[in-house]
Ligand binder design. Sequence first.
Ligand SMILES: Nc1ncnc2c1ncn2[C@@H]1O[C@H](COP(=O)(O)OP(=O)(O)OP(=O)(O)O)[C@@H](O)[C@H]1O
Ligand SMILES: [Mg+2]
Length: 222
Amino acid sequence: MIITFGHTKGGVGKSLLAWHTAIAMDIPVVDLDFQKTLVFSNSLRKQAGLKPVEIIHIDNDEQFIEMFNEWPEDQDIIIDVGGFDMSINRIALIISDLIITPAIDRVTEMAGLSKFHEIITEISETVEVADIRTLVLLNELNPNSKDIKVLEELVEDFDRFDIMHSRICHRADFYNTMKEGKGVTELTKGKAKSELKNLIKEIKKIKKRGSRCLRRNLMSMH
Ligand SMILES: Nc1ncnc2c1ncn2[C@@H]1O[C@H](COP(=O)(O)OP(=O)(O)OP(=O)(O)O)[C@@H](O)[C@H]1O
Ligand SMILES: [Mg+2]
């Protein structure tokens, strides 16, 4: 299953969640984020003597398409998309089995989410048979006030979005572990660890249920 953390808005937690999910599931990550956040954390991981995350770099669209054209269904991989709109990121959205869109519950974030919905609608309408839907994952929630009505109502208004049951709060463990090259699931305990484990459980449930495989769409892009 190709799992993409995708949003055209920057700074919503795509790389952070890709990192912790890759470690928790022990699967590789394709790094399309030019900031190379994951490479930095991985070098710290190596220095700490931990098994490095397999990070795959892609040079161009053709190489990307070739890699995923024959991607085996039973092999899991994560794609960390950069926070901007460009062709390679659009291809990632088309070929993914599951797209997770981290979103922050702030009024200022709503315009970005709406723009992203516009983009996936446009791709779905222009690329033959592509029908992109994404699962919105609430990230950086305030642990003390979990009222997420604004975002929930907004997501309901967009037909290509659904909301995930899992929620991720703003927690120091998420960035402190990354600074040491670790994943939160490698900690002995903590709320960040439980939240991430719940996310993995939900991803596995989606996989078992069967996700919509859009990989055949790749062929129609040429
Ligand atoms: N749940 C969280 N708890 C604490 N900090 C978080 C959380 N999620 C994200 N952050 C922090 O927010 C910042 C942005 O996160 P990240 O780099 O993962 O975003 P991104 O969506 O990958 O951005 P870009 O689109 O620019 O690649 C980072 O400093 C990260 O550590
Ligand atoms: Mg990133």
